[in-house]
Design a protein around this ligand. Structure first.
Ligand code: CUA
Length: 386
């Protein structure tokens, strides 16, 4: 009879063994084997294999943080090495396992055989040389290829070609992006262009963070007093803006887990192009129109927000420092706030300005004790800053 391979049956069996200490066979001691379907070794092996492959099989759709679905050259190289090593290991495992099973089958003791001791291979120089030389050769070849890959990933960008250069500054708990040569700064949502070199200068204003967008690149530490370069070239996006999610990957304090980021890759041409976006970012802030927006601007400029935030054309900080909060000139155009913790909306902005710490533990943004009306007005004004 074909044993059941369903997950619910397996769970039921685990529960039964946990409760009674007995597997299907009635054995008193619950061993891992008793959790598997009864039947031959083949069925047990197949079940084991299925259980091991389960996480992979359920990833039929591309996971947003899947390092094996690369969307830029850098992540592509890393993924290539992952598959190279995986398949090489599969082949080596298969050869070793085949030799092992061949050995125990071919040289097993047969009925009527005498009790001679097994053949002693100790001191067989030929064999020992073979099983030393082969692994050494494999490791040497892999080392050379791997070091080549490391150099490829960390190569300087080609200065003859176009480069989008961005200072990335990790701060508790958000990311500041200063676009070199464009004269604007944005927060936590980075925009770049397809098939164009991107050069990041990853830094930190306080503690160690780590910039990571799994489908684009590996991780790069943001360390105080250091400037760690990182380069990548995003793949083509076929005319549409594509979104990739990232995350701070270094424990950096109470809200480390709420230090997310997004990366948008724009097409080269058309209304969705990077240059159209960058041009819009360079504009000064839009003037408030409605009464509520006007009130919001007034609250923004008089209740303390401008001590840390710039809005170009309204209030500009002359010096950016560790305590400086994000530039909000076009904050309404962002898709998320608080470093990808909440989707951007008037409602969420109001909640955030009213009590930042309720959304992000230990957030460094001051709670100004704004009234509900003032919070809503500021949120309405900020959301209008497209
Ligand atoms: Cu920044 Cu973790």
């Amino acid at each position: 009879m074909m044993p059941s391979l369903s997950l619910s049956a397996a769970i039921a069996r685990v529960a039964r063994v946990a409760k009674t200490g007995r597997g299907r066979t009635g054995a008193r001691r619950a061993s891992f084997a008793s959790l598997l379907p009864a039947g031959g070794a083949l069925w047990r092996s197949l079940t084991m294999l299925l259980l091991l492959l389960w996480p992979t099989l359920t990833l039929a759709d591309i996971h947003p943080r899947d390092t094996l679905s690369p969307a830029a050259d850098s992540a592509d190289i890393s993924a290539w090495f992952f598959w190279l090593y995986l398949w090489l290991d599969v082949v080596i495992f298969a050869i070793v396992a085949a030799g092992f099973f061949f050995g125990i089958h071919r040289f097993r003791k047969r009925p009527g055989q005498n009790d001679d001791p097994a053949m002693d291979l100790h001191g067989n120089a030929k064999l020992e040389i073979i099983w030393t030389v082969i692994p050494t050769a494999i490791i040497l070849v892999l080392s050379v290829i791997t070091v080549g890959g490391v150099f490829q990933i960390s190569a300087d960008p080609d200065r003859e070609q176009r480069i989008i250069e961005i200072d990335v500054i990790g701060k508790q708990w958000w990311w500041e992006y200063d676009y070199k040569g464009y004269n604007f700064s944005t927060a936590s949502e980075m925009h770049v262009e397809e098939d164009t070199q991107v050069l990041l200068h990853v830094r930190s204003a306080d503690v160690i963070h780590s910039f990571w967008v799994p489908r684009i690149t590996g991780k790069r530490d943001a360390t105080p007093g250091r400037d760690y370069p990182m380069t990548f070239r995003p793949f083509n996006v076929g005319g549409e803006v594509k979104e990739f999610v990232g995350q701070c990957a270094e424990l950096c304090g109470a809200s480390h887990a709420r230090m997310g980021l997004k990366l948008f890759v724009h097409p080269k041409d058309g209304p969705n192009s990077f240059e159209v976006w960058a041009k819009q970012q360079q504009d000064k802030a839009r003037e408030p129109v409605s009464e509520l927006e006007q009130k919001g601007k007034q609250v923004f400029t008089t209740k303390g927000c401008v001590a840390c935030h710039s809005v170009r054309g309204v209030a500009e900080l002359t010096q950016r420092s560790q305590s400086t909060g994000p530039d909000l000139t076009h904050v309404g155009a962002r898709t998320s706030i608080a470093a990808n913790v909440l989707p951007n909306s008037v409602e969420n902005l109001a909640k955030w300005v009213k009590n930042p710490q309720s959304i992000k533990e230990a957030a460094l943004m001051t709670n100004l004790n704004l009234s509900d009306e003032d919070s809503l007005a500021v949120a309405t004004y900020l959301y209008s800053l497209k």
